[in-house]
Write a protein that binds this ligand. Sequence first.
Ligand code: HEM
Length: 347
Amino acid sequence: MLSAINMALSSFSVWALILHFLSPPLRWTRKSSKDKMSIFSLEYNLLSGIIFGSSTSFFNAPYGDYWEFMRKICTTELLGTRQMKKLKTRSARCSGEDNQAEKCKGLVIESFDLARKLALFNVIGPLKRIDMWYLRNKIADVTKRYDELFENVLVEHEEKAKREGPNMENKDLMGDSNTTSDVILWILAEIVNHPAAFKKVREDIDSVVGTERLVDEADIQNLPYFQACVKEAMRLHPANPLFDRVCRENCKLAGYDIPKGITMIMNSYSIMRDPKIWDSPNDFIPKRFLTEKYNAKEQNFQVYVPFGGGRRMCPGINMTSSVINCSVTAMVQCFDWKVIGGDGPDG
Ligand code: HEM
C-alpha cells in the first residue's frame, strides 16, 4: 500500500516533512516498512488555519463532531447529487446585488495571497513569529469581510424564500474558488498547445453532440478522450499542489518515526510527476488514461491526487468537474484557438 510513499520518501523528492517551529523534534530514523498507516489517515490542518484565519472554519477544523457535521452537510446537501442536479439545469450566480460576485472574487484572491505568506512563514521557523503581528490583523479583516458578505447572501436568500416559498429556484448559494478557474486554464492551455489533442477533442464533440447545441454534462461519459485530457492536465498541474495533515499520535510511516503533533505536507505536484510512477512524467499524454494500467493508477489515491485523498478528500469534486467539463468543452466547441508564435509541441 505504501510503495509509492516509500519510493517518494527514500528519494526525498516527493514527500516533505516540515518541522513546525513549535512542533516536537522530528527523528529521521529509517525503520522497517511494515506500516499500516496511510498518510491520508493523519489529522488534517490546512497550514494552521490560513484561509479564513478562524479555527471554526471547515477547512482547518480538526477531526471531531464539528468536522463530521460540516462534512456531512457538504457531501449530502451543498455538494450532493441532488444539489448538483438542480444546478445542472441553471446558470448559477453568487448574488446579483451589490457587486457581490466581484467582492467574493477579491476576497478569494486576498485570502490565497495571505495563505501563501502564512505558509511561507510557517515553514521558515523564526518567520512564524512575524505572522503574529504582521498577518493577524489582515486575516481578521478578511475573515470579517467574508462573514459580512455571506451574511448578506444568506439574508437575501432567506427573504427570497419567504417571498417565493420553499420551492424557489435555489441558485444563489454557489461558491467556488480560483482552483476551478486555474484548472480550466491549464486544461485549455494544454489542449491548445497540443493541436492534435485539440483536433481530436473537437472531432469527438462534433460526432457525439453535433454543432447545434453545447455539450451537456450527460455527454461527458461519451467523450473519453476529453476526460483523459482533463485527467492528464490535472496530473501535470494540480491546483492545490500542497496539502497537509497533523499527526494525531506517534506513528510509523514508510519506516520513519513520526511524532505526534508534526505537520506533514504532501506534495501532489511531485507525486504526480514521479518518474517511478509515471512514464514520461512531464509530457502531456492524455491517451495514457485510456489504458487499463493508467486507469488503475487514476483510481489509486496514493498516486493520483489532484483532489487529495482519504477522509479529507475534496468534497467539491462533483461540482467542480461539472463546471470544468461544461466550460472547457464550450470553449473548444465555440472558438478556434491559436498559439501566438508557434504551433505547440506536437504541431
Ligand atoms: C478544480 C477544483 C478543485 C481542486 C483541484 C480541489 C482540491 C482540493 C484538495 C487537494 C483538497 C485537500 C484534500 C486533502 O487534504 O486530502 C481540497 C479540500 C477541500 N475542498 Fe476542494 N478542490 C477544488 C474545488 C472545490 C470546490 C468547488 C469546493 C466547494 C464548492 C471545494 C471544497 C473543498 C472543501 C470543503 C475541502 C476540505 C475538506 C475537508 O477538510 O474535509 N473544493 N480540495
